[in-house]
Design a protein around this ligand. Sequence first.
Ligand code: NIG
Ligand code: FE
Length: 379
Amino acid sequence: MRRAARVFGYELDGPVAVVIRDGVVERVVPERDLTAGLDLPELDAGGRAVIPGFVDAHTHLVFAGDRADEFAARLAGRPYEAGGIWRTVEQTRAASFDDLVAQTVRRADSCLAGGTTTIEVKSGYGLDTATERRLLEAVAVAAPRTAAELVPTFLGAHLAPDPSYVDLVVEEMLPACAGLAVSCDAFCDVGALTVEQSRRVLEAGRAHGLALRIHAEELAWTGGAQLAAQLGCLSADHLVHATPADAAAMSGAGVVAVLLPSTSFCLRSDYAPARMLLDAGVEIALATDCNPGTSYTTSMPFVVALACSAYGLSADEAVRAATEGGARALGRSDVGHLRPGAAGDLVVLDGDHWVDLAYHPGMPLVAAVVKAGAVVVGR
Ligand code: NIG
Ligand code: FE
């Protein structure tokens, strides 16, 4: 890739070249330092800015149906309740496997069009063993049909509809699903799982070799963030109601805070205390939370713009959180940055600086997307 105005993570005056060989970043250098005859296909960035591909570390992409009526009711003042998840469960159970695969591919391609090259995808709209497994199988079948990488998470603990449900998750669902997932999540909140229920699920997930993550302090403070620190979760997500004590615990344990400003936007709720978390030394990630109930968007540029405006992040902080922060939340060091050895995943923006993501909110700013060195969006 030639002629970038600037490349995120580098202090180089343009024009800058990113050399990607065999899908991996070899070096990022001022154009003038390039020797002739690299014998590689070239993409001309045309004096525009380049950032790493976004790493969206929190989505619920695999589902059927929508809840537009519920969203409209919220605009009229009705509060959000986690129980709405059941409506999507019913629509998802009724969908065919092929339909679930097709919808997942379509949404992943929509993420990709917005510059996202790595996407975490949670199950969680099945809530019985057969359907939870079917959702993770749908993700596996969808994965080779999109250029974005899909990283599956088991979220059978998205609700706890009855007292024996956690037994079912631990004794039946996890053994059936763990082989199809990389991590295990639990929705720890009012109307969903308690801290003790979440602990049981996550400890069982760990026994199956899964990395751990948790939805915590979204609708109310319940103690999930400190559970994440105790268990050594990779991430605690949402954190709208996180306290300084939560931040200290997370920082000490190296738990990444996955912040989801579009969820606050769509719920018209408070925003997570991003600056407090950063000041406490917590690594933050930005993600879409794409789901039909609380944040029906695939757009990381929108999330970055919101994070600048609502959290008060600088453009550099927001882009870092949306790329390397997301990679950290997934326990990955090969994506989310463009240092030598990283995957050749990048976005050419339609502007000469990434501050445009926040400066021109809602405008189409993705000119091209490169995944593992191949142009997959634009040209
Ligand atoms: O991340 N918080 C839990 N799950 C989703 C909401 C799911 C739904 O309402 O369908 C979320 O916001
Ligand atoms: Fe979520």
